[in-house]
Design a protein around this ligand. Structure first.
Ligand code: G3H
Ligand code: 13P
Ligand code: ZN
Length: 322
């Protein structure tokens, strides 16, 4: 099947009590790892491209890589999404350039300015058969040039979501309930430690999520900043010359709970970065004489595939839902 929007994916995910994984793509190995896992597990999947990814790899290269993945995986629905679009022009360029879904992230603006910009993008997108994700509330962490310190994020106000969705006409809404971008989602001071000294993060604000769901029945919710920062990868990075002390993510069981509710899209990028970096560091340490990029990119791609398969099976619950 050709590239699809996320409309039908989300309707099925909402009713089925699962979520669709939205994985960030920056190069061929990442596209391959993700779509090979989704294809084998018959799972719908969203491939998302940030402004930074476009600057790194070029719009056309990324679209062509995704088109190749679509051709090679005809049995699964694949959507191509702009992650964190920050201007109308960027969203328009992706809509005109073959994306089936865009995010306009005006969450750092005032409520009224967020509505105005989101509405403008929605009108253009819907005229072109493209769906729009918007955001209310701000997450902690780093995305592109914007950095919000842990503790300085602001949760979504459930009182605002209904008016926002009605006035903008957006197709899905990202909310802030305690997830955060990057590999350092919480400071050690925000966490407790278990008996083994491992950091335990504060729980997600399921009360905020449930209040939002009450006000938006049947409407798809999105969670950004949802990497789990698997400690096996952090350990691998640190064992083979890296330095990522106190890297910490969102526990997978909490994401699974959210996926059973109205959360239909779960964004994962940092876990891909960790899987690749851990495995490449290990490869370099174990094979200091190798210098063919295919040698170390192969296990890195396999690690992405295995990680995504794990998410589909044990976090998202989207296996067999293609
Ligand atoms: O939310 C941000 C994503 O992880 C994309 O990151 O802007 O560094 O490509 P990036
Ligand atoms: P992570 O940094 O938790 O992977 O979040 C990615 C994301 O939200 C992309 O928009
Ligand atoms: Zn994000």
């Amino acid at each position: 099947m050709p590239l699809v929007t996320s409309k039908e994916m989300f309707a099925k995910a909402y009713d089925g009590g699962y979520a669709v994984g939205a994985f960030n793509v920056n190069n061929m190995e990442i596209v391959q790892g993700i779509t090979e896992a989704a294809g084998e597990l018959k799972s719908p999947v969203i491939l998302q491209v940030s402004k930074g990814a476009r600057a790194y790899a070029n719009h056309t290269y990324l679209v062509k890589l995704v088109e190749a993945a679509v051709e090679l995986n005809p049995e699964i629905p694949i959507a191509l999404h702009l992650d964190h679009g920050d201007t109308f022009e960027l969203c328009k360029s992706c809509i005109d350039g073959g994306f089936t879904s865009v995010m306009i992230d005006a969450s750092s603006k005032s409520f009224e300015d967020n509505i105005a910009l989101t509405r403008q993008v929605v009108e253009y997108a819907h005229d072109h058969g493209v769906v729009v994700e918007a955001e209310l509330g701000t997450l902690a962490g780093v995305e592109d040039e914007v950095s919000v310190e842990a503790g300085k994020e602001s949760y979504t106000h459930p009182d605002e979501v209904e008016e926002f969705v009605t006035r903008t006409g957006c197709d899905s809404l990202a909310i802030a309930i305690g997830t955060s971008h990057g590999a350092y989602k919480f400071t050690p001071a925000q966490c407790t430690r278990n008996a083994d000294g491992v950091l335990v993060p504060p729980p997600l604000r399921f009360d905020v999520l449930k209040e939002c769901i009450k006000r938006l029945p049947g409407f798809p919710i999105v969670l950004h900043g949802s990497s789990s920062v698997p400690q096996e990868f952090v350990k691998m990075v640190n064992t083979y010359g890296g330095h990522m002390p106190d890297a910490i993510g969102i526990p997978e069981d909490q994401l699974r709970e959210a996926a059973k509710l109205a959360v239909c899209k779960i964004n994962i990028d940092s876990d891909i970065r960790l899987a690749m970096t851990g495995n490449i560091r290990k490869y370099f340490a174990e094979h200091p004489d190798h210098f063919d990029p295919r040698q170390y990119l192969k296990p890195a791609r396999q690690a992405v595939k295995d990680m995504v398969a794990h998410k589909i099976l044990y976090v998202l619950g989207s296996d067999g839902k293609a």
